[in-house]
Design a binder for this molecule. Structure first.
Ligand code: C5P
Length: 240
C-alpha cells in the first residue's frame, strides 16, 4: 500500500505505550502519526523519535498560540525535531504565523533536517456555528475559517487545518494550498465531540491533502482493518 498512505494521519491521542503498540498495526495503511498536546506535554521529543525510527512522518500538533517571539522560539525547537508538520493557531495573527515559519526554518536548519510545513488552524472542527457566533468570531465557522485562512496565507503558512466542509471554499479561494482536515468519520462511526464531520471520500473530493483520523482508528474493534478500509476509501476517492 502506498499513495493513499501519505494522505492519512493517525491522531495518536492515546498513551505513548499504547500508541507504539498500535502503530505497527496501522502503518501499512497510514503514513503520518499526529503527536498532539497530551503526548507531547507528557513525553516531549521522546514521543516523536520512536515513530520516526519506524519510518513515520510526524505531525506535531502543538497548536502554538502566543506572542510572536515565544512562538518563534517554540517553533525553532519543534523544527529541530525533524517533524513533517507543525500547527499554529491562525488566530494568533499574521505576525505570529510569520514568526512560526521563520522559527521552524531556523530550528530545522540548525539541526540539518527539512523544516516542517506550518499548518495554520482556522476554526476547530469541534466548534459549531452557534459557538462561533457566541464567542464573537463571526456569523459562522465557515466565515471564521475564511478570514483566518486569508491572514495565514498572507503570513506564509504552508497550509491550513480546516473542516472538510470548508475545504472546497478555502481551496477555491487559495488554489493549490495544502489543506489538512480533521473531523473525519467513516459512515456509522460516532462524531464524539466533533461538530463538523465528513467522510474520508467527501474530504478528498473537497480537495483535502491530509486527513486526520483518531478515534475511528484506535477506537475500532480491529484498528488494522479500520485503517485498511480507510486507506481503500481514500485510494478510491483519489482515483476519481
Ligand atoms: O478522534 P478524532 O478523529 O476526532 O481526532 C481528531 C484530531 O484532530 C484530534 O487530535 C484533534 O486535536 C485534531 N484537530 C481537530 N480539529 C482541528 C485541529 C485538530 O479535531 N481544527
Amino acid at each position: 500500500m502506498s499513495g493513499a498512505r501519505e494522505h492519512i494521519a493517525w491522531a495518536a491521542d492515546v498513551p505513548l505505550d499504547e500508541a507504539l503498540r498500535l502503530w505497527p498495526l496501522l502503518s501499512p495503511a497510514v503514513g503520518v502519526v499526529k503527536v498532539g498536546l497530551s503526548l507531547f506535554v507528557e513525553h516531549g521529543p521522546a514521543a516523536v523519535r520512536p515513530f520516526q525510527t519506524q519510518g513515520a512522518a510526524v505531525f506535531l500538533d502543538l497548536k502554538l498560540h502566543d506572542i510572536p517571539n515565544t512562538v518563534e522560539n517554540a517553533a525553532a525547537a519543534a523544527g529541530s525535531l525533524g517533524a513533517s508538520f507543525l500547527t499554529v493557531h491562525a488566530s494568533g495573527g499574521e505576525e505570529m504565523v510569520r514568526a512560526a515559519v521563520r522559527g521552524a526554518a531556523r530550528g530545522a536548519g540548525r539541526a540539518g533536517v527539512a523544516p516542517p510545513r506550518i499548518l495554520a488552524v482556522t476554526a476547530l472542527t469541534s466548534l459549531s456555528d452557534s459557538e462561533v457566533n457566541e464567542l464573537g468570531f463571526g456569523p459562522s465557522a465557515a466565515e471564521m475559517a475564511s478570514r483566518l485562512a486569508d491572514a495565514a496565507v498572507k503570513a506564509g503558512a504552508g497550509g491550513l487545518v480546516c473542516s472538510a466542509r470548508e475545504a472546497r471554499a478555502l481551496g477555491a479561494r487559495h488554489p493549490g494550498l495544502f489543506l489538512c482536515t480533521p473531523g473525519i468519520r467513516p459512515a456509522g462511526v460516532a462524531a464524539g465531540d466533533q461538530a463538523r464531520v465528513e467522510t474520508a471520500a467527501a474530504a478528498i473530493a473537497a480537495g483535502s491533502s491530509l486527513l486526520v483520523v483518531g478515534r475511528a482508528l484506535h477506537g475500532a474493534a480491529d484498528p488494522a482493518a479500520a485503517a485498511k478500509a480507510l486507506h481503500d476509501e481514500v485510494s478510491a476517492a483519489l482515483a476519481r
